[in-house]
Structure formats: C-alpha cells, structure tokens
Design a protein around this ligand. Structure first.
Ligand SMILES: NC(=O)c1ccc[n+]([C@@H]2O[C@H](COP(=O)([O-])OP(=O)(O)OC[C@H]3O[C@@H](n4cnc5c(N)ncnc54)[C@H](O)[C@@H]3O)[C@@H](O)[C@H]2O)c1
Ligand SMILES: [Zn+2]
Length: 377
C-alpha cells in the first residue's frame, strides 16, 4: 500500500497486540500519502487533527491536502508548543474541541507533532465518548522512535510528569522521516538519546553500530531510516510482550528515573529537554551500576563517551543553571511511579545491552551516589 517516494522505500513495523494490533509506517514523504493510508483503513471517517502551532506552520497544510485528496474531511485543533501543553487546561480545551468537531465512534483523532502532542491528543482520544480511535503522525525523532508507539498517553500533574493518563493504542502510526528535516538540531539530538537507549537495553550490536555511524543517522538518508526502524522494532517487541508494563516494559525506563527527577528540578523547561534528561539519566544509571559493582567502570565511561560525543549532557554540571539540592532530586525520585514500599525500582545494567529491572534499590545508596554526582570533580 505504501508507495516508495524516493530512493528509500518505506518500511512497515507491526505492533502485535491481538485486536489492537497496528502498523508503523516509516519513510520519507509519508505525510503526502497519509490520506490514502488512512482512507484505506477508515473510509468516510471524520478527522480532527491536533497539532502544536510550530508543527502546524511547517507540516499541517500538506497533511490536510493529502487527507482532502483522499476524500477525508478534517478540522484542526491547535495548541501552544512545549511541555506546558500537557496540562489540565489544554487537555480540557482539546476534549471540548473534539466534541465540538463532532468526533464520534468510527472517527479519528490525528496527532501531528512530537511527544507532547501524541500524549495529549492520545489521552483526549481515550476519554472523548469513552474512547475514539487515533492516528499518530510523529514529527520529532523522539516521537518517531518512542512516544508514538506503545499506547501510553497522558498529561502532567503538579506532582510530576505523566501522572495522569491512560493506555490507548493508536490504530496507525505514520512516521514521515523527511518531517525531521525541519527539526532543530537540539531536538534531534534529544530524540537520539532514546535511539541509543534501545542499544543500551538489550542490543549491544546496535549500540556499536551507532558508535560508528551516528553522524550518518544525524545526516538523514538510509542510516536514519534504519535506526528508526530498529528502534521501532525494539519497542514494538517489548510492548507486544508486556503492553501494560507488568514486567519487561519497565526496561524502557532506562535513564528515566534519574531523568524525570532532573526534568522536575529544571521545571520541565527548555533548560533540559526530555531526551537530554534521559541521556544524563542513562549516563547516571550506568555510573550507579558501576558504583554498585554491577558493571565495569569502563562500561559506564563508554556510554558517557558516546552520549557526550553526539553533544548530549551526561553530568549534572552540564545543566545550565544547575539542579538545586540533592534532597529535591531524592524527593522527585520517591514520587516517581516506579517506587514500591520504601525501596526504589531502577533500571540498572550489567553491561551495554545488559539492562535489568532492580526492584530493591536502597534509597540511601541513591542519595550517596547523587551527592557524589553533585560534587564537581
Ligand atoms: N507516551 C510515551 O510513551 C512517551 C515516551 C517518551 C516521551 N514521551 C513524552 O514526549 C514528550 C517529548 O516529546 P518531544 O521531544 O517530541 O517534544 P515536543 O512534542 O515538545 O516537540 C519538541 C519541539 O519540537 C517542535 N517540533 C516538533 N516537530 C517538529 C518538526 N518536524 N520541525 C520543527 N519543529 C518541530 C515542537 O513544536 C516542540 O517545540 C514528553 O512530554 C515526554 O514525556 C512520551
Ligand atoms: Zn523517554
């Protein structure tokens, strides 16, 4: 069904979830053929496209033209760009706009944008009329390799990130890799942290490839497509085995317990993007693993070296303006959803590609580690 639109034909990755299975289409120029793909699956559906203003200015006209060309009527719902839109006020506005647009069962919400839009629009779709279907059209590297796949949707609470949400799988993901050409370099780099994550979790060969080929991934073309496909396959496999995170899916949180605490300490602001927090968090997870004697110190150095080479932060000292006292980070970690009765759950590693779920991490050990990290070398 997907037409090759250039020298790099589109790829399809299937997410296997019984009657909630869906395809991820990956390739250049797919926004131009999105109408045809959607119409083939849902002829006659009414569509509401949720986008942020930045993405709308760059890519919405093309998407609307493609939908209209396939005979699909759509309305647009725009929100401000940035993490601040994963909030109750914006959520309410989007939900009301969807109802106003007469989106009903059988119709579709289309999330055009990065992870913020996918999480927000997906959550809105999960509650409007007790759930309507949605399509993800991710436009950041982070959303193409991570947030658009797997069905986690939600918004932030005053208590922390992603504390309000639902599992709601999309019915289709359309990852147009040429949409990434307009992405600022800093955003691309941040998304790359989640790409590297898949290698660090359980695919040492992929991490080695990235160490040699990361420049090609940044440049675009085939290496970028390959890296996105490998990442989507890795996430699809884990989600297919553990949709609701009762076990293995937690591995995808590598770097995220430290990372979320850092995002909170920097006020979810432009000072530290999600992917940057994850990069720093992964470097910390490996250093913490080394400190606990789980992996060799040189493994932690190797991870840090690669992330630093691509320009990602790996030390607390790299965060502009600092992160405040360790006690604040500890409080944020205790608030994290991965906490269970006094002991902390972390994703630690025995090596590159050797991540595992550690359920019994002593908070005092984490505190001591963070104090060390906060002391400039
Ligand atoms: N649901 C999940 O499983 C999951 C997984 C990982 C992350 N997330 C969430 O994803 C969010 C981060 O996603 P993100 O990094 O995509 O952030 P984002 O959606 O805020 O996008 C980053 C910035 O890039 C801009 N942008 C997007 N696409 C563009 C393009 N093609 N050209 C130019 N500019 C573009 C946006 O306007 C925004 O300013 C966080 O809220 C995080 O919690 C969710
Ligand atoms: Zn993430």
């Amino acid at each position: 069904m997907t037409m090759p639109s250039s020298a790099h034909p589109a790829r399809t990755v299937r997410v296997d979830l019984a009657n909630r299975s869906y395809d991820i289409l990956i390739g250049p120029g797919l926004i131009e053929t999105a109408g045809r793909e959607i119409a083939a699956r849902r002829p006659g559906a009414r569509l509401a496209i949720v986008a942020d203003e930045t993405v709308a200015a760059l890519h919405l006209d093309r998407l609307e033209a493609s939908l209209a060309g396939a005979g699909l009527a759509s309305t647009r719902i725009l929100v401000a760009p940035g993490e601040g839109s994963k909030s109750f006020p914006t959520f309410e506005r989007v939900v009301e706009a969807l109802i106003d647009a007469k989106i009903e069962r059988g119709d579709l919400v289309v999330a055009l944008g990065g992870g913020v839009i996918g999480d927000l629009a997906g959550f809105a779709a999960s509650v409007v009329r007790r759930g309507v279907d949605f399509v993800q059209v991710p436009t950041t590297l982070l959303s193409q390799v991570d947030s658009s796949v797997g069905g986690k949707t939600g918004i932030n609470s005053a208590h922390g990130k992603n504390l309000v949400g639902a599992f709601h799988q999309p019915v289709l993901v359309i990852a147009d890799t040429s949409a990434l050409d307009t992405l600022p370099a800093r955003e691309f780099r941040a998304g790359y942290a989640e790409v590297a994550k898949y290698g660090l979790i359980d695919d040492a060969a992929f991490f080695s490839e990235l160490e040699s080929n990361w420049r090609e991934v940044f440049e675009g073309g085939r290496a970028r497509l390959d890296a996105i496909e490998t990442s989507c396959r890795a996430k699809a496999a884990i989600v297919g085995r553990d949709e609701r995170e009762s076990g293995e899916r937690a591995l995808l949180n590598l770097g995220h317990t430290f990372g979320h605490a850092l995002e909170k300490a920097t006020g979810f602001s432009q000072r530290l993007l999600h992917g940057e927090a994850v990069a720093l968090g992964m470097a910390q997870a490996f250093r913490f693993s080394a400190k606990l004697g789980l992996c060799a110190p040189k493994v932690a150095e190797r991870v840090e070296d690669h992330l630093a080479e691509v320009g990602l932060p790996t030390r607390l000292q790299h965060i502009a303006g600092g992160v405040g006292p360790v006690s604040d980070l500890m409080a944020a970690i205790a608030q994290d959803k991965k906490v269970a009765r006094g002991s902390l759950t972390f994703i630690l590693a025995r090596g590159v590609g050797g991540a595992f779920i550690a359920k019994d991490v002593d908070p005092a050990a984490v505190q001591a580690f963070l104090e060390e990290e906060a002391t400039p070398a």
